[in-house]
Design a protein around this ligand. Sequence first.
Ligand code: GN1
Ligand code: MG
Length: 357
Amino acid sequence: MIAVKDTMLNNVLGNFKIDQKNYQFQDINQGYINDTYLVLDQNGPLYILQRVNHNVFKDIKGLMGNIANAFSYLIDTEYTPIALLKTQAGDPYFEEKEKGFWRLMTYINNTTAYDNATDVNIAYEAGKVVGKFHQLLAKAPLDNYVDTIPQFHDLSLREDQFNASLKSAKPEKLEIAKSAISFAKDTLEKLKVIDNSKLPQRICHNDTKLNNILFSKESNKALCLIDLDTIMKGYFYYDFGDAIRTVANQAIEDEQDHRKITFDRLLFEAFVDGLGANGPFLHHEELNTLAWGAVFMPFIHGLRALTDYLNDNIYYKVSYENQNLDRCLSLFHFTNKALQEVDYMDQVIKKKLTPLN
Ligand code: GN1
Ligand code: MG
């Protein structure tokens, strides 16, 4: 069976401008959206091959244009570049009839990614590289970017989708998810304090969970961000909050044992220190929203997981029936912890980060 898959993937690689040989493949099953494979030869890993999920990403050309544009700004001695390999026709991705869209990227040797921060160095390095990413992309013109998923982190859209799922869900699911549904309704009201109207838009990564940051196994330094599919306009608190939900929390996203879910203040502070390490880049108004961003991001992910559970798993790939519900409950548990830390987070942010204006 594996051989059939290897042949299929080798056929895909035949369309790219690389040495043609018999490659081996390892599934990287971490994501909920795309299919990702590590490509190896007898000397070890060489490339990352991905089939981009066209159900989720409707405008692949725009998406790949965003990535190519971002790569052209992400050049710095403190940022490790990733390159896209071109197809034989010179395109940045290969369209296979009916089976989808494939892209091939360089693999950076001797690297790893973490689901959770195990020490303050990881948290600090994560903050530093997220800051560097934003400083470099602050120079990229916003108009060059398309919205790969329109209104991706728009809470009113996610609220509408949640309300629609409440109407169509099976009664037994509504019963099982009763407490999550009530937490969602309460928290939706609380989050109305966030006011986007005064915030500058930035090119954001929009999926800065810790395992989208590549670390050197040798130096333990954070090298760069990966998974740039959702690079598009956004507010900085999206990237801040999405990092915090995985840096300050020692549990995995679908953790069922909620005693393992933490809001670790030392890890939080180390991340904020890292963010400030390359000098100021955020405006005063943006700093004001960061603490709430750390509530907003785990919540919006929990809400989307809950909606998908109620819709019978039509969006995320699930590895078992109730995974979306487990993700929701775990994310909401962390949201609740973050809610209790808003004043504390705000004080730390104001103490450690200097505004630009
Ligand atoms: C999805 O598949 P992955 O892990 O890259 C989702 C993100 C979530 C993430 C985990 C396009 O990303 O927003 O943070 O799952 N991406 C999309 O919850 O929906
Ligand atoms: Mg992603």
